[in-house]
Design a protein around this ligand. Structure first.
Ligand code: KG4
Ligand code: ZN
Length: 351
């Protein structure tokens, strides 16, 4: 089965062709990503209007390049998938409309993919992970611990009460005058900083529910920075190191709590799977490896380029759904807000 996937929910324009073999294994045939980071860098964050226009300008060429790289034609496809949300509505409309047009013209099934589901299922493309597994989804927009029971069956165990972890990295970078996206910049600075120089809080540590809160940490960091301003290069590095260490401690504690909650409700998970842009962070990955070991499971972390937004994950989610007959009509709507639990056949968490 050969599926085209289109991703336009944020600031990457991406298209990919993925094959799903009969035994369920996945294979990336072509994967093209055009990042708009440079166009948003001056603003320290993604500007929705600029993003939507940029998607319009480059999406057709991005798809054409993926098709050429795959050496295939639209007629040879078994389906067309596009991320229909959640995300920035202007970009989503661009990608979903394009997918509908292609599906209509070549008479192929359409799949309106939930972007979070695509992150959630990536480990099945890269590592053929079996259900059920515990997912730590950690990106610029989301911080969630989810029980992935099957395609379309997700139970959220924990989430952030305020900022997403990636967002906290981005805001920290902005505060300290570093570039955008902030995660890689903060990680680089942290590598040459002294983490113990500043005592930052570890919000939610030890709580029973595997939830997160980042805003207190962000405020504490700002107050420390204001106290010693103007900041030297070493100050910036030390603040980054302290921030990252606090995040790592919180992540370890919260994900371990999430894994225990998973086991109580669903039995042993096949793996702890990490997804989303923040999963690229090496210190966080190391902590997750330790935590997985403590919970008698192992960590599955897809390669960095498949953790950040990409078309292959959309194509793969499309393939998983087409295989199960879960396709959509041309009436599928773009959705700025679309919780993972609201994908088809989602289970309700008990109140
Ligand atoms: O999944 P993603 O590409 O986009 C969505 O948010 O959906 O994640 C982007 C986020 C940004 O907030 C970025 O700062 C963060 O992932 N990120 C990192 C690192 N690389 C990217 N955060 C911490 N450390 C990194 N090395
Ligand atoms: Zn994402």
């Amino acid at each position: 089965m050969l599926v085209l996937g289109i991703e336009t929910t944020c600031d990457e324009t991406a298209a990919a062709i993925v094959r799903r073999h009969e035994d369920g294994r996945g294979e990336i045939v072509a994967n093209v990503i055009l990042s708009q980071s440079a166009e948003h860098a001056a603003y320290g964050g993604v500007v929705p209007e600029i993003a939507a226009r940029a998607h319009v300008e480059v999406l057709d060429l991005t798809i054409a390049e993926a098709m050429v790289k795959a050496g295939t034609s639209f007629e040879a496809l078994d389906g067309v998938a596009a991320a229909a949300g959640p995300g920035l509505i202007g970009g989503i409309i661009v990608g979903l409309t394009m997918a509908k047009a292609i599906a209509l013209v070549v008479e192929k099934p359409l799949v309106a993919v939930n972007h979070l589901e695509a992150h959630a299922l990536t480990a099945r493309l890269t590592d053929a992970v079996a259900f059920p597994y515990c997912l730590f989804l950690v990106s610029g927009g989301h911080t969630q611990i989810v029980a992935v029971l099957d395609v379309g069956r997700y139970v959220r165990l924990g989430t952030t009460l305020d900022d997403a972890i990636g967002e906290a990295f981005d805001k920290t970078a902005k505060l300290l005058g570093l570039g955008y996206p902030g995660g890689p910049e903060v990680e680089r600075e942290a590598a040459r900083g002294e983490a113990t120089r500043f005592a930052l809080p570890r919000p939610m540590l030890g709580r029973d529910e595997p939830d997160f809160s980042l805003s207190g940490l962000k405020t504490a960091l700002r107050l420390e920075a204001e106290k010693i301003a103007p900041l030297s290069d070493q100050d910036v590095a030390d603040l980054c190191a302290a921030f990252q260490r606090a995040v790592v401690d919180v992540v370890a504690d919260r994900v371990l709590t999430g894994l225990r909650a998973f086991r109580r409700r669903f039995g042993a998970p096949t793996a702890l799977v990490v997804a989303g842009g923040v999963a690229v962070n090496q210190a966080i990955r190391r902590a997750l490896e330790t935590v997985a070991g403590m919970a008698d499971t192992s960590l599955v972390a897809p390669p960095a380029e498949l953790c950040t937004d990409n078309g292959a994950m959309i194509a793969w989610a499309g393939a998983e759904r087409i295989f199960r007959g879960m396709t959509d009509t041309l009436a599928a709507s773009p959705r700025a807000r679309w919780p993972l639990e609201e994908t088809l056949a989602a289970e309700k968490a008990p109140a």
